[in-house]
Write a protein that binds this ligand. Structure first.
Ligand code: FMN
Length: 185
C-alpha cells in the first residue's frame, strides 16, 4: 500500500468543533508544503461499531488501514472531564496493540480552562506510547478564549496558537523529509 504521509484524527463529537478547527489549520499547513493528508473524523464512524468494538466493520477497518498507512498523525481532541474525549478512546481501542509503531504524532487539544493544559501529557501520551508511537513532536493546547467565533461561523485562531501549530508542522515536515531520505538511501 502507498504510504499516506499524514492522517488527521479528530476526536470531538461536536459538529462545530474548536479542536477540529485547529486540526484543519494544521492540515492546511501540511498541504501547503505539498504533503498528502487524509482525515478520520471519529464522530463520522458508525457509532454502533465504536460502542461495540466491532473490529469487523468495513468502516472501522478502512479507518485502521488509513492510520496504518500514515507516517505522521495529527490527533486532535477536546478536553472532556480532564482527559481526551471518550470517542477518541473508543477509536484508539480498536487499533491493534502495535498499531502506531514508529509513527510520529502532533497532538492538539482545546479546553475550556488552562487548568487542564497537561492532559495531553498525562492522559493521551501514555496511550500513544503503548500503541508504539515513536515520538510526539508537538503538543498544542488552546483554551476556548484563544479560539473565538469568527463571523464566518468558524473560529479565529489566536496568533500564539498559530505560531505553535506552525512550529509543530515544521518539525513534522522535517521528520517526513528525514524518513524519505532514510527510505531512499
Ligand atoms: C462534556 C464536557 C466536558 C468538558 N470537560 C472539560 C474539562 O475537564 N476541562 C476543560 O478545560 N474543558 C472541558 N470542557 C470544555 C471543552 O474542552 C472545550 O469547550 C473544547 O474547546 C471543546 O472542543 P470541541 O469544540 O473540539 O469539542 C468540557 C466540555 C464538555 C462538553
Amino acid at each position: 500500500m502507498k504510504m499516506t504521509e499524514v492522517v488527521v484524527i479528530t476526536g470531538s463529537p461536536s459538529a462545530n468543533s474548536r479542536s477540529a478547527a485547529l486540526a484543519a489549520h494544521a492540515r492546511q499547513l501540511f498541504e501547503g508544503r505539498g504533503v498528502s493528508v487524509e482525515q478520520i473524523d471519529v464522530k463520522s464512524l458508525p457509532a454502533e461499531d465504536l460502542l461495540h468494538a466491532n473490529f469487523n466493520s468495513a468502516e472501522i477497518q478502512a479507518a485502521i488501514a488509513k492510520v496504518s498507512a500514515a507516517r505522521l498523525l495529527v490527533v486532535a481532541t477536546p478536553i472532556y472531564k480532564v482527559a481526551y474525549s471518550g470517542i477518541l478512546k473508543a477509536f484508539l481501542d480498536l487499533l491493534p496493540q502495535d498499531g502506531l509503531t514508529g509513527k510520529v504524532v502532533v497532538s492538539i487539544a482545546s479546553g475550556g480552562s488552562a487548568a487542564h493544559l497537561l492532559a495531553l501529557d498525562y492522559a493521551l501520551r501514555p496511550v500513544l506510547a503503548s500503541l508504539g508511537v515513536q515520538s510526539v513532536i508537538g503538543n498544542i493546547y488552546a483554551v476556548d478564549s484563544q479560539l473565538p467565533r469568527s463571523p464566518n461561523g468558524g473560529y479565529h485562531i489566536d496568533t500564539e496558537i498559530q505560531r505553535r501549530l506552525d512550529a509543530a508542522v515544521d518539525a513534522g515536515f522535517e521528520q517526513l523529509v528525514r524518513l524519505d531520505l532514510a527510505l531512499t538511501t
